[in-house]
Write a protein that binds this ligand. Structure first.
Ligand code: SAM
Length: 511
């Protein structure tokens, strides 16, 4: 499994290869101070991806016994007990030793951990900024079967998620765990295993989302959060959470304030159940600062329970089978992603007329949901931060983006609802804060109670907005009216409406 260990020249580091991004000093200080605040009396610390020891200063100053692991050696002199090792390999050896094979303390004499017949290494604090490896796909690809065995609960989706899982396993009951990490696991379906693991094995003390410019200076556009956990469930009380601030500058001020407020025990906190989407239809998503009147909407019927919410055709080679121009044999309208277009989109391509033949003859040419081919409805955006919906005309086809099949009687009011600011927030603030919006996520959008009169009004507004968009005119006034009706039907408080507007105003930074 392991990678070749190498010593790197200090000023010649290829960040992308190493997944090395240093934690800004004010963030390191915050995380370590929080851990020391929660337990001032611990003795031992581990950073399993220690880099240049950026996270450890507070622990050194407090005379803790610090161990550091990193696959790369960045400098000659470490203040921690440093061991150059792939942490995943280290973890796998611990697991093997737990299963009775030959791991001994001598293997890692530099690292002070207790050898037990369990994976618990006895540290009081574990602190980490797990690697954001661009090449993790290669690493995972070449070690897939071993890694699958090693991480049966959380899967092998990212380097960071495996790190978090391993950290939880090696933590002893009561260990504090401080992380700054990618936060795609808060909502992504693929990471439900990691969410379950955290919720069943750890206390959550804090989730502070970081601004997305935090690592921009280091050329990394990553959405990260500070997560403070404690192994074991017995310490769980209320949780501190906070949404993404707009900038690194704001964040620095925010963290200072947070520390002061924590010291004064003067911090607004949430019940654990308020920050988890725990209905049977959901997947224990972590929802940060979600107003109660929004959370209760998730008790309603979902879009997918009332309408067919489906994907269509993947060609395996769009260049070959799709054309921008309508020209025989490319004559069937094909909607792939309305992009930023709401209500109306001409963002369509043309599909080869023999596509059904290709489906039966070509292995990776797939036509899904054939029975619903050419039915009208709504086509939704897949990529991009904004969630948009446009009318899907009859006799069209579509790609792997989400499409809702319905006749015009339903399509118009639903089109208004899907383009409302409420749904933008539900999708990007709650259901999926990262990745593509697949039909699975769209089918989980809660519906709200809209009476027939309001449906008719919403329908008229959507039709008008559709025509305006078709003519290239602004439909903003109509959208305002739609938002007004939708917010009223959803029984949202003024505060919640303000919160949603604020979130949508800076969607990219807030997501
Ligand atoms: C995001 S950096 C964090 C560095 C430092 N701890 C900090 O917070 O500034 C991630 C670190 O993980 C290390 N790393 C990458 N893959 C690793 C692995 N398999 N085992 C141990 N360390 C690894 C990288 O060398 C890098 O130092």
């Amino acid at each position: 499994m392991g990678r070749h260990a190498k010593v790197l020249e200090k000023d010649n580091i290829d960040r992308r290869e190493l997944g090395y991004y240093y934690t800004p000093n004010f963030v390191s200080k915050y995380i370590s101070s929080r851990l020391l605040m929660l337990n001032p009396n611990g003795q031992t610390v581990l950073d399993p991806c220690v880099g240049k020891e950026e996270l450890l200063e507070e622990f050194f100053q407090n005379n803790k016994l610090v161990d550091g692991i990193d696959v790369y050696k960045y400098k000659e002199d470490y203040r921690s007990n440093f061991i150059q090792k792939d942490f995943i390999e280290f973890y796998s050896e611990i697991k093997r030793s737990q299963n009775g094979s030959q791991m001994t303390m001598d293997n890692y004499s530099d690292v002070a951990y207790e050898s037990k017949q369990s994976t618990d290494l006895g540290y009081d604090y574990i602190i980490a900024n797990p690697p954001y490896n661009c090449h993790e796909v290669d690493y995972i690809k070449s070690n897939k079967s071993n890694l699958k065995e090693l991480f049966p609960e959380v899967g092998v989706h990212n380097m960071y998620s495996m790190f978090i899982s391993a950290i939880i396993d090696i933590a002893k009951e009561g260990s504090l765990i401080g992380l700054i990490t990618y936060d795609s696991f808060f909502t992504a379906k693929a990471h439900s295993g990691l969410r379950n693991k955290i919720l069943s094995e750890c206390t959550i003390h804090e989730i502070t989302m970081c601004p997305n410019d935090l690592f921009h200076e280091q050329d990394a556009d990553v959405r990260t959060s500070i997560v403070i956990l404690q192994k074991g469930k017995s310490s769980q009380s209320d949780v501190f959470v906070s949404n993404r601030p707009l900038s690194k500058g704001d964040f620095e001020i925010q963290l200072e304030k947070q520390l002061t407020n924590f010291r004064a025990s003067n911090q607004k906190v949430y019940k654990l159940s308020d920050i988890i989407l725990n209905n049977p239809k959901d997947g224990y998503e972590f929802i940060i600062e979600c107003p109660d009147d929004i959370k209760s909407l998730f008790l309603n019927d979902r879009l997918g329970e009332k309408f067919k919410c489906i994907t269509g055709i993947s060609t395996g080679n769009d260049q070959l089978y799709l054309s921008k121009v309508k020209e025989d044999p490319f004559i069937i309208p094909f909607y792939k992603n309305p992009g930023k277009n709401r209500f109306f989109t001409k963002n369509n391509l043309y599909l080869h007329k023999d596509f059904l033949k290709f489906d039966s003859e070509i292995k990776n040419f797939m036509v899904r949901n054939k029975k619903l081919l050419y039915e009208p409805g709504i086509t939704c955006s897949s990529m991009g931060v904004e969630f948009t919906a446009a009318k899907l005309p009859k006799d069209s086809t579509y790609g792997v983006n989400a499409n809702i099949i319905c006749d015009d009687h339903e399509a118009w009011w639903l089109l208004a609802y899907l383009n409302s600011e409420l749904v933008s927030y539900l999708v990007r603030g709650i259901l999926i804060r990262s990745n593509m919006i697949t039909s699975g996520y769209v089918s989980r959008i809660p519906l709200i109670n809209i009476n027939e009169n309001d449906k008719t009004n919403l329908g008229h507004l959507a039709k008008e907005a559709h025509d305006k968009a078709n003519d290239g005119e602004s439909y903003q006034k109509l959208l305002n009216e739609i938002n007004h009706i939708v917010n009223r039907c959803a029984l949202l408080s003024d505060n919640t409406i303000k919160k949603i507007k604020k979130f949508n105003l800076d969607l990219i930074k807030n997501t």
